[in-house]
Design a protein around this ligand. Sequence first.
Ligand code: FES
Length: 433
Amino acid sequence: MSAPRRPDCAVELDGEAVPAVAGEPVAVSLFAAGVRVLSHSAKYHRPRSFFCLSGHCGACLMRVDGEPNVRACRAPAREGLKVERQNAFPSGKLDLLAATDWLFPRGMDHHTMFTHPRPVNALMQKVVHQLGGLGRLPDRSDPPLGEVHGERVSVDVAIVGGGPAGLSAALACAGEGRRIALFDEGDRAGGSLLCHPAHGPDAGRALADRAAEAGVAIHEGASAFAWYPEDEGGLLAVDDRGTLTRVFARRFVYATGGFDVNALFADNDRPGIFAARAVGALLVRHRVLAGQRPLVLGDSPYAAALADALGAAGCEVTRVDGVSERAVAARGHAWVSALEIEGPAGLRRVKCDAVAVATTPAPASDLPRQHGVRVALSEAAGGFACVVDERGATSVPGVFACGDVCGYRGVDGARAHGEAVGRAVAASLDEER
Ligand code: FES
């Protein structure tokens, strides 16, 4: 690892000061300080840490500065930030409601609790709310996003996603006076480049800097969340760091990448089981080790690169390819302690203190689908991938897609696809002149 991580502030977790690095995700600060359980699941109150570290899985919901259900992997740490574990009784450290998981190992149907006389049902309703709740209401009420004074952005090309595909597409179609805006939901553009051991976070920054120098307006921390077809030919709604931004464009390019997916085995939700890219982001971007004895599960090139990097950082790494051998169960309660592996030689138990799961990311095609883009379910693509032609054009005129949202390609493949699609977008604009 490069320069060591240096905490420079303190956040307050359930009233206790925890050292943190200003600006890094609070989930990372807490983990680096030894805090293992960040939240508890609804209903069964199973302990949760983080899984994806990219805002997509919902494992890390905490109460932050009085606001419930904030993704701790997206909330930046700062001096005095108040963070609370929610949905626990009597406290986040000792959640007695976790007994539900022990008492109902085969699952619990809430409806059976409402078969009593009305007064008992009223009580049961409170119990069920407490079990299934996701925190108390906010301490203060902010105006809904729709009431925040909105910005209007009109450009030639709007690109959603600032990973290798989106940035490469932006670079390839920049120039000739084209107005290009790129929206990335991360606090820093770069996407999967930021967590790749073979590239490192500087590669993502360099690509973003080149795009900015070429005239691309890069909006970081800007989450595109809906397409409204009825307004002036259609607008893309973006939550740009709390400001509702309405984006109008002649061309839209979706480079939304893929969501990390867990592998299927018993108790795969135990804390300490992470998406491989989260382990990569911890290592490459935040200089934090997920564990001293990590197990890397998967046979992809990314899994191999991650295992090598963890080994080079001094970890005792075990690799399980998930093909000739497969995980069948996790052991441990509040933290994973071993993985049971089934292979040609039978069942074996591998001790570990972290698991990095490297599966094929599922295409993040929700927003393009809402835009009307045709998608197709594909096992190889890992989910519903956008259907595009050789230029990256989708089924909707003027809408393009590139990178992993069209089926997993990896960093280099996504860059190449982004470049090709960016050139096609530029050509399609030129044809209109
Ligand atoms: S949403 Fe925060 S870890 Fe997945």
